[in-house]
Design a protein around this ligand. Structure first.
Ligand code: BGC
Length: 723
């Protein structure tokens, strides 16, 4: 099911209709459209559970004219009924019958629908370096999300994973701005071009504009200080590319940048986002963020002043959540002449245009039969493929792959028999639902391994703890009769500030467990189930194999079984730097004067086969001027005995810059399929302005003549830009 994004004619049409409707609206009706309320304000029990409170919903829709709602959890059937009932009230019990815009955080698949397909989180997916995989994943998420009548998804995160302490690191597409740009745009295009039926379209939401991930402390929603040049070079690209890809909505960063809460920064939200980057869609606040200008940032005296600042900064909709004060204050501000009605009209027009564009005026209801499209076995299978393509084999001392009929495995660890640990946070609940609410028909790692192994070859033991002598004893006894110990280590799921940590080192209990396993003398394989790279130097040194898994989702256990037993050849590469030291977490695009001291560098990832890069050639050694392109080509050979997929990473080094240059920056990536013995010639085209320039502190591109290098694996060529 796909429908093309709106053409010019449809856009004009939506604009004209929005204009006409706007002319009929009172100020109250307009401000209501700028307000988004949480489901917990309109449900019977005041939670995200999907049962409407008949009075509260009418208060919101009929009395306050609220035009948008967010966030629930439940079965597909509940979702569909809940939304249909709300739309019914909006369409039939209000003066103008404007349909509602329903939003959700489906950030790794349809993760708030019980039957939904829960994909790996984005950090894991980004290790696949595969845009086509991301497109298909976004398409499935769009189909499942829209099947219950939700047209707005607060995804993807476009923040760059620049600081591993940041508790939302796992929501990013890794540390590289280009990878974040390409995967983010692939997600947006595919998501927005998928239709629920022939008329209804969907919108993604690029978030969180801008600089959210680069806080000094690494903690959530704490100050970031980012020079403008750095902002343009490393943070703007994913957002800029998302706008080019047609993203219809954006969410603002909840934190502060350079002393300004972003929600009150006209410089960032209007100057940069709207004027410079030409974003014309709807800009929504993050949750309760107008209040947070006062309560967290102390950036305004009171909420009314914060409302004035935020609307003047450029926000179109307030994710007010459980308070209607935004409506009250905004109305007062207009009456007092502090905000003009023209300013209100600007935002309301964008919101109405979006609703027309999404086809909500034609059909605001999901169809009964579309429920069948949620969580199908095809979708599950694809979620497995995504995990298989994304897991990174970091170390292998010849122990992998294993033979399920010959080797005996003992499994333990925090994720060994837990669905919650595999799905991670943002799964049915904000911090991940408790075990009993996790999907019934999802195998844990224990079950997935058991399925594959010969009888009596697999054993699971619950996690032994220091002092639990009985369990330690049976662990040791079982280890004796096993060939390999498989451990899941890492960290428990967390969301936002709940994941703030003071120490990047892995929890001591995980180290203790590793040492216990190691003391048996058996080989130990470690699966890292974690949201960010926790420090594991000793574990890394002493283990026999190590895999970065992240939170791999509903089919992650089966994907891991396939990788461990060699049915799938691992092909993921790190989309981030795995640090060795808590105080030295530099991304790979460091400056020349900085040292790079990773445990595993960006781009690291092993396979069960081997590859050789050869014959790196440039079509010329000089590029004359900014219009001449140059071809880079090389051969890639699978020199091993198994078919495999190699992520090819091509870097450019600008040898000298007026503004000092990173030692290298990724210019291209591609995943290539190769049979044993097969060679492919790969060609990439360097365009000077696109690939060799960098932005100054005003965002203008600087192109400087001089020497550059192309770096492909262990090969390098130098060329000159005559400019
Ligand atoms: C998060 C956003 C999310 C919003 C709505 C906020 O706390 O920062 O990423 O979209 O909640 O759930």
């Amino acid at each position: 099911m796909s429908c093309s994004s709106s053409n010019m004619h449809e856009k004009d049409d939506a604009m004209n209709k929005a204009d006409s409707l706007l002319n009929l609206m009172t100020l109250d009706e307009k401000i209501g459209q700028m307000t988004q309320i949480c489901f917990s304000t309109i449900t019977l029990d005041g939670t995200k559970n999907l049962e409407l409170h008949p009075d509260s919903i009418r208060k919101a829709i009929v009395h306050y004219n609220v035009g948008s709602f967010l966030s629930g959890t439940g079965s597909a059937r509940n979702w569909l009924d809940f939304i249909s009932e709300m739309q019914q009230i909006a369409l039939h019990e209000t003066r103008l019958g404007i349909p509602l815009l329903i939003g959700v955080d489906h950030i790794h698949g349809a993760n708030y629908i019980d039957e939904g397909t829960f994909f790996p989180h984005h950090l894991t997916i980004s290790c696949s370096f595969d845009t086509s995989l991301v497109k298909q994943y976004a398409r499935i998420t769009a189909i499942e999300t829209s099947s219950v009548g939700i047209s707005w998804n607060f995804a993807p995160v476009l923040d760059v994973g620049i600081n591993p302490y940041w508790p939302r690191y796992y929501e990013t597409f890794g540390e590289d701005p280009m990878v974040c740009s390409m995967l983010g745009a692939a997600y947006i295009e595919s998501y927005q071009n998928t239709c629920r039926d022939n008329s209804m379209k969907l919108t993604a939401c690029g978030k969180h504009f801008i600089g959210y991930s680069d806080t000094k402390s690494g903690w959530d929603r704490t100050p970031a200080e980012i020079p403008w040049q750095k902002l343009y070079e490393f943070h703007v690209p994913p957002f800029e590319n998302a706008i080019k890809a047609g993203v219809k909505t954006m969410m603002a960063n909840s934190g502060e940048v350079n002393g300004q809460p972003v929600h009150s920064s006209r410089e960032l939200l209007t100057g940069l986002l709207q004027n410079k980057l030409n974003f014309e869609g709807v800009l929504v606040t993050d949750i309760k963020d107008i209040q947070k200008i006062v309560e967290i940032h102390a950036g305004a005296q009171n909420e009314k002043e914060a409302t004035l600042l935020s609307v003047n900064a450029g926000i179109d909709m307030s994710m007010a959540c459980n308070s209607f004060d935004f409506i009250k204050y905004l109305k007062e501000l207009v009456k007092e002449g502090k905000i003009s009605e023209e300013r209100i009209n600007l935002s309301v027009k964008k919101i109405l245009r979006l609703k027309y564009d999404l086809g909500l005026f034609e059909n605001a209801y999901a169809e009964e039969q579309s429920l069948e499209m949620i969580g199908t076995s095809e979708h599950r299978k694809f979620a497995r493929k995504v995990a298989e393509e994304s897991v990174v084999l970091l170390k292998n001392e010849g122990i992998l792959p294993m033979d399920p009929y010959r080797q005996k495995i003992l499994l333990t660890g925090f994720a060994a028999h837990s669905k919650k640990m595999m799905n991670g946070a943002w799964t049915l609940e904000w911090e991940g639902a408790e075990e009993k609410r996790q999907p019934g028909n999802m195998p844990t790692l224990t079950e997935a391994l058991e399925e594959k192994m010969a009888d009596g070859h697999f054993h699971y033991i619950p996690v032994p703890e220091p002092g639990d002598e009985a369990l330690i004893k049976s662990f040791n006894a079982r280890a004796k009769s096993s060939d390999v110990i498989l451990l899941t280590l890492g960290e428990k799921p967390y969301s936002e500030f709940k994941g703030n940590i003071t120490n990047l080192k892995i929890d001591p209990q995980h180290e203790w467990l590793f040492n216990l396993a190691k003391s048996t003398g058996k080989p130990v394989i470690v699966l890292l189930i974690e949201g960010r790279p926790r420090l594991i130097n000793d574990i890394n040194r002493n283990c026999d194999a190590l895999l970065f898994v992240g939170y791999p989702g509903i089919s992650g256990a089966r994907a891991l079984a396939n990788i461990l037993f060699g049915e799938v050849n691992p092909s993921g590469k790190l989309s981030f730097t795995y640090p060795a030291s808590a105080n030295h977490c530099t991304p790979y695009y460091r400056k020349h004067s900085e040292k790079y001291t990773p445990l595993y560098p960006f781009g690291h990832g092993l396979s069960y086969t081997s590859y050789k890069y050869s014959n790196l050639k440039l079509s010329d050694s000089i590029i004359h001027g900014d219009k001449q392109n140059m071809a880079v080509s090389f051969n890639l050979t699978n020199t091993g005995e198994k078919p495999g997929k190699e992520v090819v990473l091509i870097y450019i080094q600008d040898e000298v810059g007026k503004i000092t240059r990173p030692v290298r920056k990724l210019a291209f990536f591609r995943k290539v399929d190769l049979q044993p013995g097969e060679t492919k010639e790969l060609t990439f085209m360097i365009e000077p302005v696109k690939n060799l320039s960098y932005p100054d502190e005003s965002g203008n591109k600087i192109l400087e003549g001089g020497y550059f290098r192309i770096i492909v694996n262990d090969l390098e060529r130098r060329f000159y830009l005559d400019y």
